[in-house]
Design a protein around this ligand. Structure first.
Ligand code: SF4
Length: 478
C-alpha cells in the first residue's frame, strides 16, 4: 500500500524528539498501517506509540514518547494514504468533463470517496458505497457527510448520473440517516431535466423518505465553453424565478412541519431571478455556506462587522465540482473596472464578486477610495463567473493595463496551494497583488490597513443599507 510522506515536523514535538524526519514514509503505527488521516489520528493519539517509517532503503521502528491525545507534530503529504475512490458516474453536467485539455492531472480526478466528503465536504453520490464503508462511518462517527441527490426518482437519478447504480444508491443515504449521521444534500438543477415538476417531486421525496437530512442545496448547472454536451442549456431568468419560488414554498412547508427550512436555493438563483437575497437569519447558521448558499449575504454581514459571518474558505478547492459553477451569463457586462480608475486600491474579483462588492463598497466609507477590477473568465467561458474559478491567465490580462503603482487585493479563493487553476502563481502576475482571505471581515481589515504612501484615506463611517441587488460573494468557491 502506498504510504503518506512526512512534509513537516514541528520543533520540539514528540515526532521530532522521536527522530521523525521530513521525507520519511509513514508505514505503521503500533503495527497498523493507517489508510488515511482519520485512522492516523486515532492511532497516533495513543500514549507512547511505536511508529514505523521508511527512510530511503531503510525501515525504522521509532518509539515515541508522548501523552495520550498530545499532538504528534507532523504534517503528511496527503489526506488519503491509500487510493482515492474515483467516481464511476458520467454525469452530463459534470464540470470535470467540461475542463479544457492540458490542465494539471489532479484537476481531472473524479473522486467519489466518503472520506473526502467527511474531510473536505466533497459531495458523494454513494454509487460506490459499501457495507464496510457504512460500518466504518457508524463506528467512527464520521459526520457530517455531503451527498449528491439530484433526484429521488430512481430512473431520473440513474439517467443524470449515467449509472444504473444511481437508481439504488440513495438506500445508503437512508442507512446513514438511520445511523444518526448528519448529512447535507445537494441537487444540481439542470433545466429541462430535473427542474420544475421533477424538482418538486424530489423535494416531496426528501420530505417522505429522508426527512432527517440536515439541509439540501439547490445549485444551478454551470456550463463552460468546453462542454461537449449539446443538450445542456443555461437557466433562463424565468427558470431561476421558478426555482426560488419552489424552494421558498418548500421552506415554508419544512418550517411548519420540522421547525427548520431544510432546503435552500443558491445565491446565483437570486441573482438570476433579480430577487433580493434572504435575510441572514433565513440561512439558519449558513450550514452550506461554501456551496454558495447564503455566501453573498454572509459576506455582506461580515464586511459590516459581524465576525460570526466571516466564514472564509474552509473546504476543498474542488468541493464545488458536482454543483459546477453557477451562471455568469446574466452578470452585468458593464465592467465596474471603469469606475474610479484613479483610486489607488483595487480589489480583483470575478463578475459575480463584483456584483456583490460594487454596491457594498458604494454604500460604505470606502466609496471613493476603492475600486474593483472585474475579471471576465475567458479561460472557461460559458456561464462561468465565480471568482474561485478565475485563472492566472485571465487575471494577468486584466492587470496588464492597470497602473503599476496601485495596490491590488486578490481573494484567496482563486488559489489552491498557492496556484491558480491553470498552474500560474501570483508571482507570475504582471502586478504585485496581496492575497486576502475570502470573507467580508478580512477584506474590510485589509482596506483599513494604513498604507505607507497614505494611499487609502478612511472616511468617517456612514449608515449602509442592505444591498438587495447584490449578486454574489467576492469569491464563490464553486
Ligand atoms: S459530477 Fe461528480 S459524480 Fe458526476 S461524473 Fe462528475 S465527479 Fe462523478
Amino acid at each position: 500500500m502506498p504510504a503518506a510522506r512526512v512534509v513537516s515536523v514541528a520543533r520540539r514535538s514528540p515526532a521530532q524528539r522521536g527522530g521523525i524526519r521530513v521525507g520519511d514514509e509513514l508505514l505503521r503505527i503500533d503495527g497498523r498501517a493507517p489508510r488515511d488521516v482519520i485512522e492516523y489520528q486515532q492511532l497516533i493519539d495513543a500514549e507512547d506509540p511505536e511508529v514505523e517509517v521508511r527512510r530511503g532503503h531503510e525501515q525504522l521502528n521509532l518509539p515515541i514518547r508522548k501523552l495520550a491525545g498530545e499532538p504528534f507534530g507532523i504534517e503528511v503529504s496527503s489526506a488519503l494514504f491509500d487510493r482515492v475512490r474515483t467516481c464511476d458516474n458520467h454525469c452530463e453536467f459534470c464540470f470535470i468533463h467540461q475542463l479544457p485539455k492540458g490542465m494539471r492531472r489532479s484537476l481531472y480526478m473524479k473522486d467519489d470517496d466518503y472520506r473526502l466528503s467527511f474531510l473536505y465536504g466533497n459531495f458523494t453520490t454513494l454509487t460506490r458505497f459499501t457495507e464496510l464503508d457504512l460500518e466504518r462511518i457508524l463506528t467512527e462517527r464520521l459526520s457530517p457527510l455531503f451527498v449528491s441527490i439530484h433526484s429521488t426518482d430512481p430512473q431520473l437519478r440513474a439517467h443524470m448520473l449515467r449509472n444504473a447504480r444511481g437508481a439504488t444508491s440513495l438506500r445508503w443515504l437512508r442507512a446513514l440517516l438511520d445511523g444518526g449521521i448528519e448529512v447535507h444534500g445537494q441537487i444540481v438543477v439542470c433545466p429541462g431535466v430535473n427542474d420544475g415538476a421533477a424538482l418538486e417531486a424530489t423535494l416531496a421525496g426528501i420530505a417522505d423518505e429522508y426527512a432527517e437530512i440536515a439541509t439540501v442545496a439547490c445549485v444551478p448547472l454551470g456550463i463552460s465553453r468546453h462542454t461537449t454536451e449539446p443538450d445542456l442549456r443555461n437557466h433562463s431568468e424565468r427558470d431561476a424565478q421558478d426555482v426560488v419560488d419552489l424552494v421558498e414554498e418548500w421552506q415554508g412547508l419544512f418550517l411548519s412541519t420540522s421547525g427548520r427550512r431544510l432546503v435552500y436555493a443558491a445565491d446565483e438563483y437570486y441573482l438570476l431571478a433579480s430577487r433580493p437575497f434572504p435575510a441572514a437569519s433565513v440561512y439558519e447558521g449558513f450550514p452550506q455556506h461554501e456551496n454558495g448558499i447564503g455566501m453573498a449575504r454572509a459576506f455582506e454581514e461580515a464586511f459590516r462587522g459581524d465576525a460570526a459571518a466571516a466564514f472564509g474558505v474552509k473546504r476543498g478547492f474542488f468541493s464545488w465540482v458536482d454543483g459546477a459553477p453557477p451562471e455568469g451569463y446574466r452578470a452585468r457586462r458593464s465592467s465596474p473596472s471603469n469606475v474610479g480608475r484613479g483610486t489607488a486600491t483595487c480589489v480583483v474579483t470575478g463578475e459575480y464578486g463584483a456584483r456583490v462588492l460594487e454596491p457594498l463598497l458604494a454604500q460604505d466609507r470606502f466609496a471613493s477610495e476603492v475600486r474593483l477590477l472585474c475579471v471576465r473568465n475567458s479561460f472557461f467561458g460559458g456561464n462561468i463567473a465565480v471568482t474561485g474559478l478565475l485563472t492566472g491567465v485571465d487575471i494577468s490580462r486584466a492587470l496588464e493595463d492597470e497602473p503599476r503603482d496601485h495596490r491590488y487585493l486578490l481573494p484567496d479563493v482563486c488559489l489552491s496551494e498557492g496556484k491558480f487553476l491553470d498552474g500560474m502563481t501570483v508571482a507570475d502576475l504582471p502586478r504585485r497583488v496581496e492575497v486576502v482571505p475570502t470573507d467580508g471581515m478580512s477584506l474590510r481589515r485589509k482596506l483599513e490597513e494604513p498604507q505607507a504612501d497614505g494611499g487609502l484615506v478612511v472616511l468617517p463611517a456612514r449608515d449602509t443599507a442592505t444591498s438587495a441587488e447584490a449578486g454574489a460573494a467576492l469569491g464563490m468557491p464553486r
